[in-house]
Design a protein around this ligand. Structure first.
Ligand code: SF4
Ligand code: SF4
Length: 457
């Protein structure tokens, strides 16, 4: 068998040879040539494509590198251990944003986790992560929403008590981030992500308002001024029908006020209400790419980068797969394997995106063994959802740069069948094409943070 294999694997696309797909990346001179299973790729001049099909040197290079690429991909996809938790310390939120993935009833009438329960939860997680996180590294706890600062006293007490055991982060709508809270997060080196959906209150407050209908964005400048040099600070903008035309202006605003890292995340359509502001795939991609171009222009003009972290992650998936930091664009995604989510009563879900989908409740942190929950059918449906089992992703050349997110929306949008693509195939396709165009033009480093190639794990 082996000798037969050696004899017949010298050609691509026949016999035992590797299957390559060529991809139009929208570049004047180059096309992509990708071996999808290992995510090995090269860019080829269009007028050279015919030659490379029979190029022995190219095939030898592929054979030399494919084992390493394959092992790296296998490791990322199947061998990572949990090292983070998205922790909802309250069900409640003082906002009623249209696209929230937590159901309205829960945000209005849900409960807070008590201080004692937060301590108990962190104690249990500390013990659990001793088994999964290598010595010298800290697991991460991200207090998430609903609005975590609705339960600020208990959250801050937890951070103080366990500051030696975890790296902490808070994702907040910023409305309760007063000067005292900012002093606290700076002192305790807590990462802070705040949500801003546009360059001015008319856009930013359109879908993000409190229960009375008031927006909050008029207060952002002061918060950003205080946090802009904090290493763990970032801003998230969710792309919807209501703000996609303003994305370039939004990055102008972020850059002007000194934001260094932002995310321009396409809306997740897990909850029905979100779908009312779901933008068209292709149009959203067009605005997104214009905004990325704009960050580049700003960088060239001022020497100061504004990193769009979700796009940087896709670039990394191509140039340095192990360096990626976010886990939506890999298959299986990070949900239920690299991290999990805890709701305010301790219920465990594969990811925050599933907190409003009760059938994915795999157990309770206060009652169940964490490992046993990670092995439940509810978790495995997510942690074992593979692109190879999803149509059309199974034949898509860029399947390991996209990962076919998101299982939560795939599930709720497709009659509870998780083995479907999510809501934005074309949006991801266009990002990958754009990333390859940047590589073809030698611009990719301009979109990555300094030292991106040094801090890969
Ligand atoms: S793809 Fe969806 S479920 Fe997976 S990590 Fe991202 S948001 Fe969570
Ligand atoms: S969602 Fe679309 S771009 Fe992503 S892997 Fe599937 S087919 Fe490819």
């Amino acid at each position: 068998m082996d000798s037969k294999k050696t004899m017949t694997d010298k050609y691509m696309n026949t016999g035992y040879g590797p299957v390559f797909q060529h991809v139009d990346i929208g570049h004047e001179n180059y096309v992509g040539l990708i071996q999808p299973d290992t995510a090995f790729w090269t860019l080829v001049r269009k007028d050279e494509l015919g030659n490379i099909v029979g190029d022995k040197k190219f095939m030898d290079e592929f054979k030399r590198k494919s084992g390493k690429y394959g092992r790296e991909m296998e490791n990322l996809r199947f061998n990572l251990k949990a090292s983070a938790v998205y922790f909802n310390p309250t069900d409640r939120c003082n906002f009623n944003c249209t696209y929230c993935y937590i159901p309205e009833k829960m945000r209005k009438h849900g409960s807070h986790m008590s201080r004692e329960k937060i301590f108990q939860a962190l104690e249990k997680l500390k013990k659990y992560f001793k088994k999964t996180v290598p010595k010298g590294r800290k697991p991460q706890i991200i207090f998430h929403g609903a609005e975590p600062l609705m339960n600020k006293g208990a959250v801050f007490a937890g951070i103080e008590k366990f500051s030696n055991d975890f790296d902490f982060g808070i994702q907040t709508n910023a409305s309760l981030l007063d000067d005292e809270a900012i002093d606290f997060v700076l002192k305790h080196k807590v990462g802070v992500g705040i949500s801003i959906d546009g360059p001015n209150p008319e856009v930013a407050d359109k879908l993000r308002r409190d229960w009375k209908g008031d927006g909050y964005s008029r207060n952002f400048s002061h918060i950003i001024e205080r946090l802009k040099d904090h290493p763990g600070f970032n801003v998230i903008c969710t792309i919807t029908t209501e703000n996609m035309k303003h994305l370039s202006k939004t990055v102008d605003y972020f850059h002007k006020v000194g934001v260094k890292v932002c995310m321009l995340n396409i809306i997740r359509c897990t909850q029905k209400k979100s779908r009312t502001v779901k933008p068209d795939d292709a149009i959203a991609a067009e605005h997104f790419i214009k905004a990325l171009d704009r960050t580049w222009e700003l960088y060239k003009k001022t020497g100061r980068k504004l990193i769009v972290a979700n796009f940087a992650n896709i670039l990394l998936a191509i140039v340095a797969p192990s360096g990626r930091r976010l886990m939506c664009d890999i298959s299986p995604c990070g949900g239920g394997r690299c991290f999990f989510a805890i709701s305010a009563n301790g219920d465990m879900f594969p990811c925050s995106e599933f907190v409003g989908v009760p059938e994915f409740n795999g157990g309770n942190l206060f009652k169940d063994d964490v490992d046993a929950v990670l092995k439940t059918e509810m978790f495995r449906q997510v942690s074992e959802r593979k692109v190879e089992e999803i149509v059309p992703c199974n034949t898509c050349a860029i399947r390991h740069f996209c990962g076919s997110p998101c299982p939560a929306e795939a599930y709720t949008m497709n009659n509870k069948d998780i083995k479907n693509p999510g809501a934005f195939c074309e949006f991801y396709e266009e990002q990958v094409r754009y990333a390859f165009r940047l590589i073809a033009d030698g611009k990719e480093k301009d979109f990555l943070w300094a030292g991106w190639d040094k801090d890969m794990n």
